[in-house]
Design a protein around this ligand. Structure first.
Ligand SMILES: [Zn+2]
Length: 291
């Protein structure tokens, strides 16, 4: 099953609700458009909610290119990637034993690293097959289904992470609002997504049928979406998609690209790396204020 087989429908802008957009390109027969009001770039029409659920439920998902390439990496490379993200996340914790929810936890490798440090961890995964890998490999608690309907207790997590997940979601604003409700007051949300402002390649050109990226964020549109969901943005900067390549020359090439991106960023003060990492704190809403 590919994205080309899915039922689709036109959608309003997820950030501002606007219905006017200008085409950016056509990717795998679906149009990528930019909102005329706020500038958010997204696939429109999009696969329907039911179609996406069917897509995630397909066992074949685990064999598809975008997923199976994960297994080409050595265990040490995968661990290095997650340890970097975990180490960065720890900066926002003031001792204690944090309770963490990883939304879109994939094969559970990040949750495993966090649990080794004594954290209390839970996962949510869209693919039942991937969730089963989490359970059988690591014995993790992983929920599947619809995050908006799951019966997690509100305010029960100190941290929620979404590593390269938000761009796949049909309703990113609704999911971020749900994450806000699941966080305790003062809780922290950590996100990483591909960067539309990447120096050498626009993320919307990656084949949609392989990536299923429905949204293409810039640092500006990502921060605006997170604020609209009721968060205060703490930090928004280049992310790290790791150097987990089987071939050494690819590792060197990417390290060079990162160095050039950093130099451009210093000159322009903009994020032109391949990803955006954003940390946000749940904003407490005074009576009468809009969420
Ligand atoms: Zn918009």
């Amino acid at each position: 099953m590919t994205v080309l087989d899915l039922d689709t429908q036109r959608v309003p802008c997820a950030l501002c609700g606007g219905g006017e957009s200008a085409p950016v390109c056509v990717n795998d027969a679906l149009e990528v458009a930019r909102c005329a009001v706020c500038g958010l770039v997204f696939v429109n029409p999009q696969p329907t909610e039911a179609a996406l659920r069917k897509y995630h439920a397909a066992q074949s998902l685990l064999q598809q290119d975008g997923w199976s390439s994960y297994f080409q990496h050595t265990p040490a490379q995968i661990r290095e990637l997650w340890e970097e993200r975990f180490g960065d996340l720890r900066r926002w914790i003031n001792g204690g034993v944090p309770r963490l929810l990883d939304v879109g936890c994939g094969y559970g490798d990040f949750l495993h690293v966090a649990r080794e440090s004594g954290w209390r961890v839970e996962g949510f995964e869209f693919s039942p097959a991937a969730a089963e890998v989490c359970r059988s490999r690591y014995g993790l608690r992983v929920a599947v289904g619809d995050l908006l309907e799951l019966e997690f207790a509100e305010g029960s997590f100190e941290l929620i992470t979404m590593w390269h997940v938000l761009e796949h979601l049909r309703h990113p604003l609704a999911v971020l609002r749900r994450c806000r409700a699941l966080l305790e007051p003062g809780g922290v949300l950590a996100l990483e997504v591909p960067n539309l402002n990447f120096l050498v390649r626009k993320s919307y050109r990656y084949p949609l049928s392989r990536t299923l990226h429905l949204y293409h964020f810039t640092p500006t549109t990502l921060a605006a979406l997170v604020r609209a969901a009721g968060f205060e943005v703490l930090e928004c900067r280049p992310g790290n998609t790791g150097f987990q390549y089987p071939r050494r020359w690819k590792v060197y090439a990417k390290k060079c690209l990162y160095a050039v991106s950093r130099a451009v960023e210093k000159l322009s003060r903009g994020n032109v790396s391949d990803s955006i990492r954003l940390y946000a704190r749940r904003r407490e809403i005074s009576i009468g204020a809009r969420p």
